[in-house]
Design a protein around this ligand. Structure first.
Ligand code: CU
Length: 135
């Protein structure tokens, strides 16, 4: 085998590896959430607004936000915030429309309260949902 051919094989192997790795790792689970105009959180296909996840699980949050009676001047209509996990990326400011965020569930099992920290009008103080992390 000459050097050029070997080089090509290595290149091909790299391309295949890059293509296959995300599949082996498993694409993150998509969780569809609505932060609604009535200032409540809803979880697609669920009666209760409770996200369940495994410790360390990667989640792709697909959040649709709709403006309540109040919003912030910069166009933020709600937030999706877990105070205890703020420094781990669980503090998402939401503009109107659908946005996607990748987050990682904490490694410590437990119940975490998600709340809206943007004054969104009536019902804001109760605008909460839950993340339950269990093995
Ligand atoms: Cu709010």
């Amino acid at each position: 085998m000459n050097g050029r051919r070997a080089g090509r094989i290595v290149l091909l192997a790299c391309v295949v590896l890059v293509a296959v790795l995300p599949v082996l790792g498993g694409a993150p689970r998509i969780v569809q959430i609505t932060a609604n105009s009535d200032n409540t959180f809803k979880l697609a296909g669920q009666k209760r607004a409770v996200i369940t996840a495994k410790p360390g699980e990667v989640l792709r949050l697909q959040i649709t936000a709709r403006k309540g009676s109040e919003s912030e001047k910069d166009g933020t209509v709600h937030s999706f915030t877990i105070n205890a996990l703020k420094d781990q990326g669980w503090d998402l400011r939401l503009k109107e429309g659908t946005q996607e965020f990748t987050v990682v569930a904490p490694t410590t099992p437990g119940e975490y309260v998600v709340e809206c920290t943007v004054k969104c009008g009536e019902g804001h103080d109760d605008m909460k949902m839950k993340l339950v992390v269990a093995p």
